[in-house]
Write a protein that binds this ligand. Structure first.
Ligand code: TRP
Length: 349
């Protein structure tokens, strides 16, 4: 009941105030088509409608990359290149580096007092990641508490909308819990609740048919992929293993080529026709793959070209990040000042 009420108040609130968007990516590698379809494409559109902050989450990436800090730091520029090459306009979106905004660490410190270890251990995403990384015996404290740091990322900007993949929903839920708890504690509406914005295609499968595309699984197509790399990836895509002869009826469900066509081919009639023909039999994998390959080449070509141009001028990219980071510090600093004064930590005012 209270949950419903909280949601209603929140909705009324976001209707009257213009949305503020914050989202970001861990800087562990260049971005791929899964990122593009899951959130990047939406961000390019949203930047025209709202104030948007894009976070290069190097601090968060360090929480499970101890000893691999070089990988984390070198990919800051790679992810920034992917943003800019995909159409993020630094005049419209503020791109910034998490580690260079100390106000975020400061806010994290205050929010940490409002989260319990038990609650953090119950976070489904954390639970899964602990298993995946074999952290069961020795969970780094920084890793266990990264959802609180993520709550600081979001609330420092008073973000109301957070475009993310569905694996991030537990983070949003925990952020809103912290917001309510903080505001209740200081008896003031200082922090703002947010809502997740999910894209229609939330998860692109890997080219091998695994549920998720991921660079570390080696089943991804990078946004900067060369024409050959794209063709090779499409040719290697998992289809219907029982579709042996062209004349055999084929299965569309679980067939990666069709999953990609659904995600990337805007001509839905064309996709429906291909699917019907495939199901009936008489349509070879190579024909469907050729259609997808053409579409992906068309999509990636301008991104790759723009990326190459920007790569040649890394100084300018760094300047963009520096400007964005300075802007981000101002906004986060104002929120932290409010938070501190609500807690009575404003001794010198
Ligand atoms: N957790 C996100 C990821 O794994 C990155 C991230 C860090 C983020 N802080 C955020 C996303 C704040 C949205 C909002 O990619």
């Amino acid at each position: 009941m209270t949950g419903c009420l909280a949601k209603l108040t929140h909705q009324t609130m976001t209707q009257t105030t213009p949305p503020i968007i914050l989202t970001g990516d861990r800087t562990t590698g260049p971005l791929h088509l899964g990122h593009y379809i899951g959130s990047l494409r939406a961000r390019v559109q949203l930047q025209h409608e709202a104030k948007q902050f894009l976070l290069l989450a190097d601090t968060q990436a360090l929480t499970d990359n101890v000893g691999r800090h070089q990988k984390v730091t070198s990919n800051v520029i790679e992810v920034a290149l992917d943003y800019l090459a995909s159409g993020i306009d630094p005049e419209k979106s503020t791109i910034f580096i998490q580690s260079q905004v100390p106000e975020l660490a400061e806010l994290t410190q205050y929010l940490l007092n409002l989260a319990t270890v038990a609650r953090l251990e119950r976070n489904p995403t954390i639970k899964q990641e602990i298993q995946l990384r074999g952290f069961e015996r020795d969970i780094p404290a920084g890793f266990l508490t990264y959802p609180v740091s993520q709550a600081a990322d979001i609330t420092a900007f008073k973000a109301t909308r957070v475009p993310v993949g569905d694996d991030q929903l537990p983070m949003i839920e925990q952020t809103n819990e912290l917001v309510r708890r903080f505001n209740h504690t200081v008896e003031r509406e200082v922090l703002v609740e947010c809502e997740a914005v999910l894209s229609q295609v939330t998860r692109l499968p890997g080219i091998d048919g695994k549920a998720k595309m991921s660079k570390s699984l080696g089943n991804s197509i990078a946004l900067g992929a060369t024409p050959d790399e794209i063709t090779k990836a499409v040719n290697n895509m998992y289809t219907d293993p029982n579709h042996l002869r062209v004349s055999d009826p084929g299965q569309v469900e679980g067939n990666v080529v069709f999953a990609f066509l659904d995600a990337f081919e805007p001509d839905t009639q064309k996709v429906d026709d291909l699917k019907a023909h495939y199901r009936r039999g008489g349509l070879g994998d190579s024909v469907v793959k050729r259609a997808l390959n053409e579409r992906l080449q068309e999509l990636i070509e301008p991104i790759r070209a723009r990326r190459r141009e920007l790569e040649a001028d890394k100084g300018e990219v760094l300047a963009v990040l520096k400007r964005g980071t300075m802007r981000a510090r101002e906004v986060a600093g104002a929120t932290v000042a409010e938070v501190k004064s609500a807690l009575g930590l404003n001794y010198f005012d």
